[in-house]
Design a protein around this ligand. Structure first.
Ligand SMILES: Cc1cc2nc3c(=O)[nH]c(=O)nc-3n(C[C@H](O)[C@H](O)[C@H](O)COP(=O)(O)OP(=O)(O)OC[C@H]3O[C@@H](n4cnc5c(N)ncnc54)[C@H](O)[C@@H]3O)c2cc1C
Length: 408
């Protein structure tokens, strides 16, 4: 597919962008708008596969909370990402969507979604804009490394070698490798002088050694409106019981702390309050009124779902639940689960680690090769779900493009 804008002259500068995810496409747009000749190389047959998958969950584009609180979600990477995000804020991202004809809305949690709750209309409109700007997208073109200053690509027609005024890498992390980003870039980048923090699963589930009865009964069931606590932090929300363990929004929010504890000590204990709106006395009151009932009925009448009830039973591993309402209330408000390991990166929402900030100049170029820029999830940052991932990918893609434009 080749589109060359009529207004372009042979003197315009050129960029090769590798990776057609949100970071690469965002970089391409800015450069093409500035009159650059832009070619995107993508190893998959189609662009932005992970972005489309994110659309299955509604496509949480960004978050509407105040910018300072928003920036705090990036933890230690805040200082590095802040200039890029202040330059392309969550409000800018919403305005950009509207500019593509995609209306957005703020959900009850403050998260921002496209009204259609999917990614394909937005991606279609975006690709059409890029095509109208003359951006060339070469699919099935797998970047394999450097040959001198030039980039090498494996394509169905054989190996190609290309170079441009700027090379922007937006190759993603290593989660969901079948969608294209598989972390296969690490070796070539290390040899090219970049330091790389190990890629680890982020926003991923954790393994729990459930009993086989529980695993069969509860896998796939949500635990809703609970409070999940670990390491002094409590998150209210939802988790999903999986056959391998536990996953979902509240777990992801505590994920980096849990992951670090497991790396340090080999396991971590998660506390769950299954009835966070009632204190022990109020909950015990509800359990008392229904005292003549079976325990299952008492739990149901106290507002607990069958999955929550199973979780309490799993916590006591087959022992009888206490008949005393105060005791039972205490159990409901402090279910403890031992998490034994982080689930595999294959199914994680995102990746921690990547090219370190020390390897980069402030304009997102590599210190060892200032013509080479890096953006998106292949950089060393992580954030919880809530729209923070896509916002940083868009913002760093644009920041890398600005870096390239500023170079003489
Ligand atoms: C199930 C799921 C749901 C998600 N939901 C959300 C959400 O709602 N909100 C949110 O903020 N984030 C969400 N995310 C995360 C978000 O999708 C990613 O953070 C984002 O796509 C990363 O963008 P990127 O451009 O850095 O990399 P990617 O989107 O991974 O794109 C990188 C591209 O580079 C290509 N590539 C890799 N290596 C090569 C190579 N050697 N040569 C050529 N091309 C190459 C890949 O094929 C890929 O197309 C979700 C992720 C998953 C898995």
């Amino acid at each position: 597919m080749v589109h060359i804008a009529a207004s372009m002259t042979s003197t315009s500068r050129s960029a090769i962008i590798i990776g057609a995810g949100p970071a690469g496409l965002a970089a391409a747009e800015l450069l093409a708008e500035a009159g650059w000749r832009v070619t995107i190389h993508e190893r998959m047959p189609n662009p932005a596969r992970k972005f489309l998958l994110a659309g299955h969950g509604g496509l949480n584009l960004t978050h509407s909370e105040p910018l300072d609180a928003f920036l705090d979600r990036y933890g230690a990477a805040r200082q590095h990402l802040e200039p890029a995000i202040r330059d392309f804020t969550p409000a800018d991202l919403r305005a950009w969507c509207e500019g593509l004809g995609i209306e957005t809305f703020i959900g009850s949690s403050g998260r921002v979604f496209p009204k259609q709750m999917k990614a394909s209309p937005l991606l279609r409109a975006w690709l059409a804009r890029l095509a109208s700007l003359g951006v060339q997208l070469v699919s099935r073109s797998h970047w394999t490394g450097w040959e001198g200053d030039a980039l090498t690509f494996a394509t169905p027609d054989g190996q190609r070698t290309e170079q441009a005024d700027a090379h922007i890498f937006a190759l993603g992390g290593a989660s969901w490798p079948r969608l294209g980003s598989n972390g296969g870039w690490r070796e070539a980048f290390a040899a090219h002088g970049a330091a790389i923090a190990p890629l680890r699963p982020a926003n991923s589930g954790f393994l729990v050694n459930w009993s086989s009865v529980f695993r069969e009964k509860a896998a796939g069931e949500p635990i809703k409106r609970a409070a999940f606590s670990f390491g002094g932090r409590t998150v209210r929300g939802e988790a999903v019981l999986a056959s391998y363990g536990i996953e979902g929004g509240a777990i992801y929010a505590l994920g980096s702390r849990i992951r670090e504890a497991i790396e340090r000590t080999g396991d971590a204990t998660l506390d769950i309050d299954l009835s966070p709106d009632l204190d022990i006395d109020a909950l015990a009151g509800r359990l008392t009124t229904a005292r003549k009932d079976s325990t299952a009925n008492r739990l149901r009448k106290a507002g607990l779902s069958p999955a929550a009830a199973s979780l309490i039973r799993e916590d006591v591993r087959g022992a009888a639940l206490p008949a005393d309402p105060q005791e039972l209330a205490r159990r409901i408000k402090q279910v403890r689960i031992r998490l034994s390991a982080v689930a595999g990166i294959d199914r994680a929402i995102s990746t921690a680690g990547g090219v370190t900030w020390d390897s980069l100049n402030a304009d997102y170029s590599l210190k060892r090769d200032p013509r080479c820029f890096i953006a998106g999830e292949m950089l060393d940052w992580e954030a919880p779900t809530g729209g923070y991932l896509l916002q940083a990918c868009f913002a760093t893609g644009r920041a890398a493009a600005r870096g390239a434009m500023a170079k003489r």
